[in-house]
Design a protein around this ligand. Structure first.
Ligand SMILES: Nc1ncnc2c1ncn2[C@@H]1O[C@H](COP(=O)(O)OP(=O)(O)OP(=O)(O)O)[C@@H](O)[C@H]1O
Ligand SMILES: [Mg+2]
Length: 292
């Protein structure tokens, strides 16, 4: 049985966030991060969460990861209330969170070691996952010796090593340059296609969310609520050519409209109509002139 087949329990990995709100702090310093959100990810589904900065995306993901407790409502994984982190959920963050003192293979093995898996099985699992990600020849390298894209591929492989039902990804490609990012999206969609686990994915990048997802939730500015739910009817497997199709471009336009409204709302009151037309300064032959 391949590593990918070992993961393929298609009946598991249902995330259900119900009427969930999160308030940080108390009294005057109270911040309502998430107002009242209900979202779900079905087994084997790829779902993205997109919305303006500070609207509570990471907070929602952290609830599912078991790092944050909701103030109200609840989050369920396969019908069971989430109360703490667990190896049934793999997490990948924007920052490369590899252990610098461990080799690539030992990084991938880490979760398995914690779970008490014996050395031989750990080694075999890590090697076949690294092979899948095209990184086997780097198994004895250390994170410092790798590029950002490689580190993030190892981050994904490491998150998959314990056979989680769910992969939680918080802007995993946010720190990468555009070209590397596009390649990483292709790698991720191919890996997901093989593993068929549920993914909750956070991104600021509209094209990225369409390319990868079955469904996209668009959030409002803080306090975050769900503004829209968009289905992505593009066929699988996804290919880079699809990004040039009218279907793809129409989805980009639709999402851009929704996000723009919310980004403006998030930046208010600083941004007024006049602010949108630039700094309102005249630039003459002697440089910057009078204001208005
Ligand atoms: N531990 C915390 N304590 C207090 N406030 C917090 C905490 N975590 C998040 N917040 C606040 O909750 C709100 C939502 O934060 P969150 O990180 O979930 O937003 P986000 O949508 O992920 O933003 P970004 O796109 O910038 O990553 C923000 O106003 C943030 O300052
Ligand atoms: Mg965030």
């Amino acid at each position: 049985m391949s590593v990918a087949e070992a993961h393929a329990d298609t009946s598991k990995g249902c995330i259900d966030i119900r009427n969930t709100g999160v308030t940080f702090g108390s009294d005057e310093s109270e911040i309502v991060a998430v107002k009242e959100v209900s979202i779900n990810v079905q087994p084997g589904e790829f779902v993205s969460l997109i919305g303006p900065s500070g609207c509570g995306k990471s907070t929602l993901l952290s609830i599912v990861a078991g790092f944050v407790k909701p103030t109200r409502g609840e989050a369920l994984l396969d019908g069971k209330k989430i109360t703490k982190p667990g190896s049934d959920r793999g997490v990948v963050f924007q920052q490369y969170s590899l252990f610098p003192w461990l080799s690539v293979r030992k990084n991938v093995e880490f979760g398995l070691k914690m779970a008490g898996v014996d050395q031989n099985r750990r080694n075999a699992t890590a090697r076949s996952l690294l092979d899948l990600a095209g990184l086997l020849s780097f198994e004895n390298h250390y994170p410092d010796q790798l590029s950002g894209g490689m580190k993030q591929r190892i981050g994904i492989v490491r998150a998959l090593a314990t056979s989680p039902q769910v992969l939680l990804m918080d802007e995993p490609f946010g720190a990468l340059d555009t070209q590397t990012r596009v390649v990483m999206q292709e790698i991720l969609t191919n890996i997901w296609q093989q593993f068929r686990i549920s993914v909750l994915f956070i991104t600021h990048d509209i094209e990225e969310s369409i390319f990868l997802s079955d469904r996209i939730y668009v959030m409002t500015a803080r306090p975050g609520r769900i503004k829209a739910e968009i289905k992505v009817p593009l066929p699988r497997p996804r290919t880079p050519e699809m990004t040039d199709t009218p279907e793809f471009m129409n989805l980009v336009q639709e999402l851009k409209g929704l996000i723009r409204e919310e980004s403006l709302a998030a930046m208010a009151p600083e941004i007024k109509d006049r602010g949108l037309s630039g700094f309102g300064m005249k630039v003459g032959p002697k440089g910057v002139g009078e204001l208005y």
